[in-house]
Design a protein around this ligand. Structure first.
Ligand code: QAP
Ligand code: CO
Length: 183
């Protein structure tokens, strides 16, 4: 197992916005990637991570709402498909490829998803609440769609502005650290 580097918006936009390829066979290489995704997600204190966020354009994502301290509710979704959606909710989302940015997105309230697990078997999840939102956010990643694009135009504009500020602050902090370590 290994923690991989998480790609960031905007410098890795090309990879993050490419539609991912279906997995043909769940073999050892795919299982290794699944394990790395889970380890990377826990290490970054996230609750969901998709393969394109570590630079692999394959239809694989992991979700664990129990978080890094529990790690006992891992959902592995290979080639997930949304079968049915119902209702709508607006809630605040974040994304490991946009550190520090949070914004409201409208999603379906309930979703039924079919996917392949780590053993290569198809299964179904019926979800609502945070899990339903996480599933839609992560499946969007596999289609090359980022949460910024799902915001209303007004919220997207505000989010872009805020993210630019977050990024320039991060850059300044990095430069300061570099100066401090070289003196
Ligand atoms: C996707 O998001 C998601 O900005 C997973 O500084 C979004 O794990 C699932 C995170 C909404 C459910 C609802 C974000 C960690 C984690 C940050 C994440 C940060 C540190 C985001
Ligand atoms: Co995300």
């Amino acid at each position: 197992m290994a923690v991989r580097d998480i790609l960031l918006f905007p410098e890795d936009s090309d990879t993050l916005t490419t539609e991912c390829e279906p997995v043909e066979e769940v073999n050892d290489e795919i299982r290794q990637l699944v394990d790395d995704l889970a380890e990377t997600m826990y290490d970054a204190e996230g609750i969901g991570l998709a393969a394109p966020q570590v630079g692999v354009n394959k239809r694989i994502t992991v979700i664990d709402l129990s978080g890094p301290d529990h790690q006992d509710a891992l959902h592995v979704l290979i080639n997930p498909e949304i079968l049915e959606v119902e209702g709508s909710v607006v809630r605040e989302e974040g994304c490991l490829s946009f550190p520090g940015l949070y914004g409201e997105v409208e999603r379906a309230e309930r979703v039924r998803v079919e996917a392949t697990n780590r053993e290569g078997e198809r299964y179904e999840i019926e979800s609502e609440g945070l899990l339903a939102v996480a599933l839609q956010h992560e499946i969007d990643h596999l289609d090359g769609v980022l949460f910024l694009e799902q915001m209303t135009p007004t919220k997207r504009r505000m989010a872009r502005r805020e993210y630019r500020k977050i990024r320039s602050k991060m850059t300044r902090q990095k430069k300061r650290k570099k100066r401090e370590s070289s003196t």
